[in-house]
Design a protein around this ligand. Structure first.
Ligand code: ZN
Ligand code: ZN
Length: 265
């Protein structure tokens, strides 16, 4: 997975339905838009950040994942020429006039090596800087979690995971690369329920593969909520994950372990 920076310059293109997109993210967990994407290697599953450039406060105000490879499509300017554009699904989208990670903070330390004021949308973020960026963005989300804008932070988003035919309801935190990383660093790559390890069974193909499940999500809804990647997340294999979500109120890890024990008797 690579990480790309998409750019928005309000002076060039007015995002008329920004507010309704923000609402859509609140209500459904995500909003998908076509975005200019000038790097050929951009592929589905890649991480995306969106920066506002131009005259107003510059900075990052949205993140998500790329949903399609770039394809030649008419330009936003309405001119005849075709430009490469890709679908980007934003799982976090703020009103940049109210909440934005200022570009000044992105220019401190190592992160300053990235060109943030890019003229082209869809440039690759230097791989060695991605961890720092995700950590900074995660801190920004956490600091603002008390804020009304983030009261929907545990909103559920129904996703089809690869390798699973069962619909699994996920929260944005289960897909947040920083939270995932911290969770896996702590719990390792074994399933917390059945201890399945993908690398042990499938070799290299299975290396680093595991789902992350968000515990106690129902009780958190409606409260301002700060996630702790170790207390609130755990690692599960897709089978156990699917079973956890068989019930509207997801089964706990303990309940799941008990189910396995009963079955074994
Ligand atoms: Zn399992
Ligand atoms: Zn889950």
């Amino acid at each position: 997975m690579n990480t790309y920076l998409f750019a928005w310059k309000p002076e060039n293109w007015e995002w008329i339905d920004l507010q309704s997109d923000i609402l859509k993210v609140k209500e459904t967990g995500s909003a998908t838009r076509l975005w200019s994407a000038y790097t050929k290697s951009i592929s589905p599953g890649d991480r995306a950040f969106l920066i506002r450039l131009g005259k107003k406060q510059r900075g990052i105000f949205a993140s998500g994942f790329v949903k399609s490879s770039p394809m030649p499509l008419p330009h936003w300017s309405g001119k005849d020429k075709l430009v490469p554009r890709a679908f980007v699904e934003f799982e976090t989208l703020f009103d940049p006039d109210k909440m934005i990670l200022p570009i000044e903070l992105l220019k401190i330390g190592e992160l300053g090596n990235q060109n943030w004021s890019t003229q082209r949308s869809g440039i690759k973020i230097r791989p060695e800087l991605v961890d720092d960026l995700e950590a900074l963005w995660f801190d920004f989300l956490k600091e603002n979690a008390q804020n009304d804008f983030l009261n929907d932070s545990t909103i559920n988003d129904t996703t089809f995971y690869e390798g699973s035919k069962t619909q699994i309801t996920t929260t944005r935190y289960e897909r947040n690369p920083y939270a995932r990383k911290k969770c896996i660093e702590h719990y390792g790559l074994n399933c917390s329920v059945c201890e399945f390890n993908f690398e042990k069974t499938y070799g290299k193909v299975g290396a680093d593969f595991i789902h992350v499940h968000h515990l106690n999500q129902i009780s958190d809804v409606g409260q301002s909520y700060i996630i702790d990647p170790i207390k609130d997340l755990c690692t599960v294999c897709p089978n156990c994950h699917a079973m956890i979500h068989k019930r509207k109120i997801p089964y706990s890890i303990e309940e799941m372990k008990n189910l396995l024990l009963i079955k074994a008797e």
